[in-house]
Ligand binder design. Structure first.
Ligand SMILES: C[S@@+](CC[C@H](N)C(=O)[O-])C[C@H]1O[C@@H](n2cnc3c(N)ncnc32)[C@H](O)[C@@H]1O
Length: 265
């Protein structure tokens, strides 16, 4: 690609409001087999499609995670959930192979990160959206470890009481706030990937009520939430008998709740 073409791509992206126009131009030029294809990719980006959907992958903790159109693009803030799940998995790995479930997995970025950074772990993933599960099947080591269905309905019964960690970034945007989200999310990601119901906590409520039976004694849920909702997410787990804590990572603007089972069977 000539300097002239590269410069014109940067100019078009900048005019469309892309903040990282140079970086994006380089990636689009790399991805396009010829000038006609490049023009089409730049045009899609200029009309607001997320860069990751155009490229077909997103970077997550240094991994290239396959993301198809319509599927939630893994966010950098969610790398904090991976930190917490990986730390727990690594601690258990000293004793035995941990079993980890990425619930509401989307493309399966969290599952892929745990597989890559906790090599001993047995990792599973599940999502309601078939397009997301299709991505997760390609991003996981073992395609048979990605399941489609509503929350825990998707999970094989033989994993009941056997999960060490459930890591989950479920939708938590209150329905009324979706219209204030950036168009990249609002217009290009599936509504079920974003909508958490009236107070944003519909999924958190159901997960808090159902998680215990799937976990080993002392098992851990690691769930993403927002700063505003963290107290309520934590309370939902406390009400179900978990020892729940709020964790934050200001660098990534990330908030999570960790909830550990306290009952003994
Ligand atoms: C915010 S996205 C997060 C995706 C992924 N965990 C990530 O961080 O990139 C939420 C995901 O939850 C899935 N989802 C929504 N409702 C669900 C349900 N009832 N059961 C399972 N998955 C659900 C959506 O399809 C979407 O992929």
């Amino acid at each position: 690609v000539s300097d002239e073409v590269g410069a014109s791509v940067v100019a078009r992206l900048r005019a469309a409001g892309c903040v990282f126009a140079e970086d994006e131009a380089r990636l689009l030029v790399e991805a396009a087999p010829d000038a006609v294809a490049l023009d089409a990719l730049v045009s899609r980006r200029s009309h607001g499609a997320p860069l990751e959907h155009i490229l077909g992958w997103a970077e997550f903790r240094g991994l290239r995670v396959r993301v198809d159109e319509g599927v939630f693009v893994p966010r950098r803030r969610t790398e904090f959930l991976a930190d917490l799940a990986i730390a727990e998995g690594a601690a258990i790995s000293g004793v035995r192979a941990p079993t980890v479930l990425d619930l509401c997995c989307g493309a399966g970025a969290l599952a892929a990160a745990v597989e890559s950074e906790v090599p001993k772990a047995r990792v599973f993933a599940a999502d309601l959206d078939g397009a997301a599960v299709a991505c997760a099947r390609r991003n996981l080591r073992d395609a048979d470890h990605a399941f489609e269905g509503d929350l825990f309905d998707a999970i094989p019964a033989d994993l009941q009481g056997g999960l060490d960690v459930i890591v989950v970034n479920a939708p938590y945007v209150p329905t009324g706030e979706i219209r204030h989200m950036p168009p990249e999310a609002r217009d290009f990601e599936a509504r079920i990937a974003l909508d958490g119901g009236t107070d944003g906590l519909d999924l958190h409520r159901r997960i808090a009520a159902e998680a215990d039976g799937w976990l080993v004694d002392g098992g851990l849920v690691v769930i993403e939430t927002s700063d505003d909702q963290a107290d309520r997410t934590a309370a939902l787990f406390t009400e179900q008998g978990f020892d729940a804590r709020i964790e934050t990572d200001p660098d990534r603007d990330a908030t999570a709740v960790t909830a550990r089972t306290t009952r003994r069977r």
